[in-house]
Write a protein that binds this ligand. Structure first.
Ligand SMILES: Cc1ncc(COP(=O)(O)O)c(C=O)c1O
Length: 497
C-alpha cells in the first residue's frame, strides 16, 4: 500500500498530511500559508478604521465556533488558518488601532511587528548566546539603548522579560538577594524559612502585578505596609520617613510609581529616593508605562531623580508599541541580579565573552524577544520615541477635555501625561453618587456597542469613572474628533464646535 507520505510527496495539494513530519524543505504549503497570513494580517490592520473596536461576537458564539472536537487526523495548514480567521471573527479587539483607549496596551509599529514575525520564523531559543547568537547580541544592544534613552545608569544589568509583571519578579529577586546577603543570609541556598522578614513600603497606588511578584517570591503580602498618598497620588514623604525610622534595621523595599494606572501620577523621586536610600532601603520603581516620559523633553521632569533607584520595571509592549511579550527589568546591583537567577548545567554551552540571557532572566527556553524591541527603537529613533510619548499625551489631553466638556460629562482627572478620567452624570435633580456611578457604567457600555471606541472603567476616589489611556502610535486628532462625536451621540448632545 502506498504510504501517505509518498502520496503527499507526489500530490501535496491533494493529500491531507499536515501531521507528516519532516515536511519537505521547500514546502509550497508553507509559502501559501504564510502568504495567506500576510493577506489576513494586512486586511485586519488596514480595516481597523472601518471596524468596530469592541468585540461583536459573544462568549457562547466564540466557544461554539472554536470549541470543536480535536480530530484524530490533521488538516492542511492553509485550512487551519482560514478557519481560524473565520472562527475568531468578532472576537478580536481593535487594540492594534487608534481608537482603543482601554488600559495601556499600545499598538505595534510596523518594524516591530515585522521583526516579531521573523522572531517566530527564525525560532531561536533566546536562553543563551550558544542557542541564539544574534538574539543575544541584539538584547545586549537593546539593553544599552534603553538605559540610555530612559536615563538609567549605564552599569545597570537588565533582562528582557514577558512584561512588567515578570520585570517586577526579576527586580525583586535581586532585591531579596541583596538585602538578605547584607544580613548574612543566602536566600538562594537557605530559602526564606527563618530569614529576616523583608518589609515593603508603598503608597496605596501599588499595582497588582507588584503584589503578585511579592507573592511569587514568598515575601508575603502581610509584609507590605501601605502608606498614604497625597491628593496628587504621591507617596507622602513624612509617612515614609516615619515608617523607615520605626524599624531602622529591617531589610526594606520601597516601591515607587512612575505613572499610576488611573492618573499617571509620579512619586517625587528627587526627595523620596534619597530618603529611602539613607535608611538602607532598596528602591524599586514601577514604570510600566510612565518611565517612558524620561525620553520626552516636555515630560521628563516628571521622572527627575528616578535614576537613583535600585531597580526599574517597564514595558515595551505598552508605550514603545512593540507586540506583546515585551517587558524590561533593570537592576543597579548586577551581582545580586545575577546571583538570584543565573544557572549552570553540564549540557549547556557558555561563552565567556558573550551575554547569556539565562544569567539575568527568570525563564529557561524563551522567545528571542529582543528583535522586536530592536526594530521598534531603530524605526522610531530617539526623536520618534519622544514624539510618540508627547503626541499620546497631547491626544489624551485633547480627548479627555473634549469628552469632559460634553453636557452630562465631567473630567475627574485632567491628564498630566497620557491618562485621564471622565465620568457621566445622572442629570435628574437630586441624583446621588450611586446614580452617577450607574450612569457612568451605562454610558461606557453604550459607547462599546457603537464600536467607535474602547474605554476601560475604574473606581477612583469612590467614583466610577471611564479611564482614558492613549498609547498607540496610530491614534490621531481625527480619531479624537470621531470618538468625541460618537460619545456625544450616545449622550444625545451636540458636539461643541
Ligand atoms: C503600573 C503598571 N504596572 C504593572 C503593570 C503590569 O504590566 P504587564 O501587563 O506588562 O505585566 C501594568 C499594566 O498592565 C501597569 O499599568
Amino acid at each position: 500500500m502506498e504510504s501517505k507520505w509518498a502520496k503527499y510527496q507526489a500530490e501535496p495539494h491533494q493529500t491531507q498530511l499536515s501531521w507528516c513530519l519532516p515536511m519537505r524543505k521547500t514546502d509550497s504549503r508553507l509559502r501559501e500559508t504564510l502568504g495567506a497570513v500576510l493577506e489576513h494580517a494586512l486586511s485586519h490592520i488596514e480595516n481597523l478604521d472601518n471596524s468596530p473596536v469592541a468585540a461583536t461576537a459573544d462568549l457562547s458564539t466564540l466557544r461554539r465556533r472554536l470549541g470543536r472536537q480535536l480530530a484524530a487526523e490533521g488538516i492542511p495548514a492553509e485550512q487551519v488558518i482560514e478557519e481560524l480567521v473565520r472562527d475568531v471573527d468578532g472576537g478580536i479587539l481593535g487594540s492594534a488601532g487608534g481608537r482603543f483607549f482601554g488600559w495601556v496596551v499600545g499598538a505595534s509599529v510596523p518594524a516591530a511587528l515585522a521583526a516579531d514575525w521573523l522572531t517566530s520564523a527564525w525560532d531561536q531559543n533566546g536562553a543563551l548566546y550558544a542557542t541564539a547568537p544574534a538574539a543575544a547580541v541584539v538584547e545586549e544592544v537593546v539593553g544599552a539603548w534603553l538605559k540610555d534613552i530612559l536615563g538609567l545608569p549605564s552599569e545597570a544589568s537588565f533582562a528582557l522579560v514577558t512584561g512588567c509583571q515578570m520585570a517586577h519578579v526579576t527586580c525583586l529577586a535581586g532585591a531579596r538577594h541583596s538585602l538578605l546577603a547584607k544580613r548574612g543570609w543566602d536566600v538562594e541556598r537557605q530559602g526564606l524559612y527563618g530569614a529576616p522578614p523583608i518589609r515593603i513600603l508603598s503608597s496605596s497606588l501599588l499595582h497588582g502585578s507588584f503584589e503578585r511578584a511579592v507573592r511569587l517570591l514568598g515575601l508575603g503580602l502581610s509584609q507590605v505596609t501601605v502608606l498614604p498618598a497625597d491628593s496628587q497620588g504621591r507617596l507622602e514623604y513624612a509617612a515614609l520617613e516615619q515608617a523607615l525610622q520605626s524599624n531602622p534595621s529591617a531589610p526594606t523595599i520601597v516601591l515607587l510609581q512612575a505613572g499610576d494606572v488611573n492618573t499617571g501620577a509620579f512619586d517625587l523621586f528627587e526627595t523620596i529616593i534619597p530618603l529611602a536610600k539613607q535608611h538602607g532601603a532598596w528602591v524599586h520603581v514601577d514604570g510600566a508605562f510612565g518611565l517612558w516620559v524620561a525620553c520626552a523633553p516636555r515630560y521628563r521632569h516628571l521622572a527627575k531623580g528616578v535614576a537613583a533607584a535600585d531597580s526599574w520595571a517597564t514595558d515595551g509592549h505598552k508605550w514603545l508599541n512593540v507586540p506583546f511579550d515585551c517587558g524590561y527589568a533593570f537592576v543597579t546591583d548586577s551581582e545580586a541580579h545575577r546571583a538570584s537567577l543565573s544557572h549552570r548545567a553540564a549540557y549547556l554551552t557558555h561563552d565567556a565573552e558573550a551575554r547569556d540571557q539565562m544569567d539575568w532572566n527568570p525563564e529557561w527556553s524563551r522567545r528571542a524577544r529582543g528583535f522586536a524591541s530592536y526594530a521598534a527603537l531603530r524605526e522610531l529613533g530617539r526623536e520618534g520615541v519622544a514624539d510618540l510619548v508627547e503626541r499620546c499625551c497631547d491626544l489624551a489631553h485633547s480627548l479627555v477635555m473634549k469628552l469632559g466638556s460634553l453636557p452630562g460629562a465631567e473630567v475627574l482627572w485632567e491628564p498630566s501625561i497620557n491618562q485621564g478620567l471622565v465620568r457621566f452624570l445622572d442629570v435628574e435633580p437630586g441624583a446621588s453618587e450611586q446614580d452617577h456611578d450607574r450612569r457612568t457604567e451605562e454610558v461606557m457600555a453604550a459607547i462599546l456597542t457603537t464600536g467607535e471606541a474602547f474605554f476601560g472603567g475604574t473606581t477612583w476616589h469612590g467614583h466610577r469613572a471611564m479611564r482614558v489611556s492613549v498609547s498607540s502610535w496610530r491614534t490621531s486628532e481625527e480619531d479624537v474628533e470621531r470618538v468625541v462625536t460618537a460619545v456625544a451621540g450616545v449622550l444625545k448632545v451636540p458636539v461643541a464646535q
